[in-house]
Ligand binder design. Sequence first.
Ligand SMILES: [Cu+2]
Length: 275
Amino acid sequence: MNSHADHINHSAASPSSRAEDKTHTLEHGAHIGEKASQTPVYNVNLQTDPAKPTANAATQLAITVTEQAAGDTIKEFELVHEKPMHLIIVRDDLSYFEHLHLKPQNGVFTTSYSFPSPGAYKLWVDVKPKGGRQFLTAFRLHVEGQPLHKRIPLAVDNQFTKAVMNGQYRVSLALPSELGIHHGANLKFSIADVNGNPITDLQPMLGAKAHAIIISEGVRDFLHVHPQEEVSSSWRGGPDAIFHAQFPKAGLYKTWVQFQHHDKTITADFVVQVK
Ligand SMILES: [Cu+2]
C-alpha cells in the first residue's frame, strides 16, 4: 500500500471480504473538491469471482462503496461526466487500456470482464456518492494464466499522428515545445478521416468534445482530464479538443484520447515525455 500525505487511505477491508481480497490492495485515492474534514470518508471494496482471475475467462467484478464511519453501502451516486462510475483498467506496463461505465444495482456495481492476458493490472474507480465528494481509488489485481505477458517498455512517441480504427481515422496530438511539471500544458488532439480531412461532425463524448486519460509510467499517477468546456447532447463539431494537464512529476506518461463519431468511440494513444 502506498499513500501520500495528502491522501486518505481507503481500506479495502469489509466484513464481507474474503481472504483473497488481500490481492486487491488499494493504492491511494486522490480527492477532488471539498475539504476532507467536512465530508464523509468512503471505503471502496472490489471483489472478484473467481477470487483469482484467469486471463481469457469471465471474471465477475463487484464494486461497492461504503461510508467509513457508519459502514453503510452507498446506494445513490451523482453522475460524473454523465456516468455513475468510471472504471479504468490498464496493464501495469500500460500496453492495455479499457474505459468502462458500470451502473449500480442496490449499491453494487458489477460487470463480467475478461482480462486479455495474464499479469499485473491496475484498476481505477472514479465515483461521487450523492452529497459527497468525487474521488478516485486504485486497485492492483493479478491475473493468472499462460502464456506470460512480455512487458512492453514504454517509449516516447516520435510520431504524433496515428492511424486508428484500421486506418479509418487519423488522430494527432500537438504539444507545447516543452512539457514541464511547473506549469500546466495544453494538449491539443485533432481527428481527421482516412484522407486527412478534419472531422467536423463529432458527437459529444461523455458530455465533452473528447475525453482523455493520462497515466504515468509505473501506473502511479492518474490524470482524468476533461476539456474545460462541456457541450450539449446535440453538439456536433470538431476536429480539435484541447485539454489542460498538470503533470505531477517528470517522466513518461501515456495518454488515451477518446472521440465519439457516428456512434463509435475512437481511441488513440500517445506517449509523452515530461521534463
Ligand atoms: Cu469514464
